[in-house]
Design a protein around this ligand. Structure first.
Ligand code: MN
Length: 231
């Protein structure tokens, strides 16, 4: 018995199954597509990959609407391929990294861009800009043994039917095996970990009432509405 409350685990549906994928941690890769680094005008194009985290309970699964967050007037979308880890990895070499992938999904790294830029400038942590409630809407997980490994394919995001972001997974600076290898040098990856692999160019603001549709070739698209601020 837990004191106060029994926490609800965060889980994601698994395509083709009644079972669900349990979420342990959410790692995110920063600046992983050249055209996005250029539009942000911050950071170097040759840096090693760097990582930040979102809390597991920021993953919003099967939510019809995401509340507009407090403390921002520049709330932005970033469509990303989500890699779901299925087994433990420590210092895994690039050549073996795909062995620990359970599957893939579509996610959106929701960002308080004004707060994130302020953190850059002041040398402060990124949490306020990146790791807030409902900041990681995520679609169902497709097992890799059904869908294969996704190293290329279209990635896009529409707002109210208009294309905002359009790219290809092959444009990643650090591809999925390289990301897993790098991460596993600093953290013990474990079943249930999600990795959001970065976003192509075209990030932009969202307002209440917007309908967001995010997609990656071969995966079930993710669609949600931006609702009013709710606290
Ligand atoms: Mn991102």
């Amino acid at each position: 018995m837990a004191v106060l409350f029994a926490p609800d685990p965060t889980t994601l549906p698994v395509i083709g199954s009644e079972d669900r994928f349990p979420v342990r941690r959410v790692y995110c890769v920063g600046r992983n597509y050249l055209d996005h680094i250029r539009e942000m005008k911050e950071g170097s194009e040759r840096d090693l990959p760097f990582f930040f985290q979102k809390p597991a309970d920021a993953v919003a699964s099967e939510k019809a609407a995401i509340s507009y967050p407090s403390q921002t007037s520049d709330f932005q979308h970033e469509v990303e391929l989500v890699v779901a880890i299925g087994s433990t990895a420590v210092d895994i070499p690039v050549e073996r990294a795909l062995e620990v992938v359970y599957g893939y999904g579509v996610g959106v790294d929701l960002t308080r861009r004004d707060r994130q830029r302020e953190s850059f400038r002041k040398g402060l942590p990124w949490e306020i800009g990146k790791s807030f409630d409902q900041s990681a809407p995520c679609g169902p997980i497709h097992p890799a043994d059904k869908v294969g490994h996704l190293l290329a394919g279209a990635i896009m995001l529409e707002v109210n039917g208009t294309t905002r972001q359009k790219g290809d997974l092959s444009q990643m600076i650090w591809n999925t095996p390289e990301i897993i290898a790098h991460l596993s040098a600093s953290y013990r990856l474990a079943p249930g970990d999600l990795i959001m692999t970065g976003t192509p160019a075209g990030v932009g603001p969202l307002v209440p009432g917007d309908r967001v549709t995010a997609s990656v070739e071969k995966l079930t698209p993710l669609s949600f509405l931006i609702g009013p601020m709710e606290r």
